[in-house]
Design a protein around this ligand. Structure first.
Ligand code: PLP
Length: 483
């Protein structure tokens, strides 16, 4: 583990480290954003019932201490303003009913429901580095991957038909690719190319390895589907280099940005990414199962024919369509002739859930308050580096019980560090962390993922986690060795 330290050394979990962490938190210009979030108390996360009263953030009588939440890679915390925006939405529905679709209310910060998707696109575009017309807030991640493939994956079994993806892709991506191939009557064993590292047992893939596989299949690969950040290892791929390399060889490139969006800086337009999809419940804090998003590069969404043309279907690339993707001017004309909106919005199917979008946009307001992804990433780099250093500073005995799987090069990771535990320790570690009010997530058989999110985590969270983790390792080892 080499690279410039965030801080002069202070033994992990020592008073010294905590003092320094507090100082870093005091100096943090984004530190106040923590107050924008509902951080559960230790009492709340231990409780098996809803709190009395309507507020999710009731003061616990026995403990008002916040839990240590390092799990934004799985589910982001709830912004406080989500409740306000949702009750404004509910109030609009209650008092305006169908008029909510088109009637602006003078004192409401919310757009009319007909415009809600456009407002969301404006807010997400800077987060993914796209033109507003290149993004659509719609559906969910896996559905969007299917929709993108339905639009852009047009295989020819005798020429280009293969899809390249990782061998350890998130199962939903694997299933989506496998079933797309079957849908086209192709044999997955022949048309699916699985990227597997020759040198890393954790399947940390170098850019060279990926480009090597692209070269091997440059004649017959149609599509490359990769995650911006790998969910298990936390590896951040070089999206720009890989995209350029694949495209120069005639391969269409789609990125799954589930773990990258709201986590690292993205420049999808500038990097020439063909298309991408993401969910909004992780670093975007939209809430569980919240609406997803899609990017389609402007080069891929042209509509070349006028709406009055006799054969409008020839003026755009084919896709699975619905009325919400139809040009707004003619959408309500109720004609059975599909003419898509130019841009990503032309890939929408249904009118979107306003409930979902309202929830997502409440969180995107906090991103605006943060001043954009540049500032967040800058803090995130320091925070994760600090976590790495505190782990490195643990006692030799504890360090012998885990290893960091995520690349140590900060350019190759986002907020998350994945820690591989010694065999038989996972259950005991998770139980002890939970007992101490520390929330991280687990991936069986023996990995925990720890993700300090710069919007609401601070340096003291990291020190608290490392202290608890040391204790959890000792307890888990004792329990394991007692059997
Ligand atoms: C990398 C990745 N791909 C796909 C998915 C599936 O997302 P969804 O259930 O929103 O389709 C997830 C969910 O966590 C994920 O992490």
């Amino acid at each position: 583990m080499t690279s410039a330290p965030v801080l002069p050394a202070g033994a992990a979990g020592s008073g010294n480290a905590r003092e320094r962490a507090r100082q870093l938190d005091r100096d943090d210009e984004l530190g106040l954003l923590r107050d924008e979030f509902n951080i559960p108390t230790k009492g709340q996360i231990a409780s098996t019932s809803l709190p009395e009263g309507s507020s999710a953030n009731n003061n616990d009588s026995d403990t008002t201490t916040k839990c240590i939440y390092l799990c934004g890679n799985s589910l982001g915390l709830q912004p406080r303003r989500t409740q306000t925006r949702l009750s404004q939405y509910l109030s609009t529905w209650a008092t305006q009913a169908v008029q909510g679709h088109f009637k602006p209310l003078t004192n409401s910060p919310l757009p009319t429901w007909l415009d809600v998707d456009e407002r969301a696109a404006e807010m997400i575009a800077p987060i993914v580095g796209a033109h507003v017309s290149e993004v659509a807030i719609m559906q969910t991640l896996t559905a969007n991957l299917h929709l993108l493939m339905s639009a852009f994956y047009k295989p020819d079994a005798n020429k280009r038909h293969k899809i390249i993806l990782e061998s350890k892709a998130f199962p939903s991506d694997h299933f989506a690719v496998e079933t797309q191939l079957r849908h086209h009557g192709l044999d997955a064993s022949k048309s699916m190319v699985l990227l597997k590292s020759e040198r890393s047992r954790d399947n940390i893939l170098t850019t060279e390895e990926i480009c090597g596989v692209i070269d091997q299949h440059k004649e017959d690969a149609f599509l490359l589907l990769l995650p911006g950040i790998q969910y298990y290892t936390g590896q951040l791929f070089d999206i720009e280099t890989i995209t350029t390399y694949a495209k120069e060889r005639g391969i269409f490139v789609i990125w799954d940005l589930a773990h990258a969006v709201g986590n690292v800086e993205l420049r999808l337009h500038e990097w020439g990414v063909d298309a991408a999809a993401w969910c909004s419940y992780k670093y975007l804090n939209g809430g569980p199962g919240c609406i997803g998003g899609m990017f389609v590069h402007e080069n891929n969404s042209a509509v070349t024919k006028l709406i009055t043309d006799e054969r409008p279907e020839e003026g755009y690339n084919h896709r699975l369509a619905g009325w919400w993707g139809n040009d707004k001017k003619s959408r309500f004309g109720m004609e059975n002739r599909f003419h898509p909106v130019k841009g990503a919005a032309g890939f929408q199917l249904s009118n979107p859930s306003v409930l979902d979008i309202t929830s997502l946009c409440a969180s995107l307001e906090v991103f605006e308050q943060a001043g954009g992804m540049g500032k967040l990433r800058e803090k995130s780099l320091r925070l994760t580096k600090f976590l790495e250093e505190q782990l490195e500073g643990m006692g030799e005995e504890e360090k012998g019980l885990f290893r960091v799987i995520t690349p140590l090069d900060p350019k190759q990771r986002g907020a998350q560090l994945s820690l591989g535990l010694g065999s038989g320790l996972l259950e005991g570690v998770m139980k002890e962390l939970e007992r101490q009010g520390v929330i991280v997530d687990e991936r069986r058989p023996d990995v925990i993922r720890v993700a300090p999110a710069p919007l609401y985590n601070g340096f003291e969270d990291v020190v608290g986690f490392v202290e608890a983790f040391g204790e959890a390792l000792r307890v888990a080892r004792r329990e394991r060795d007692a059997f």
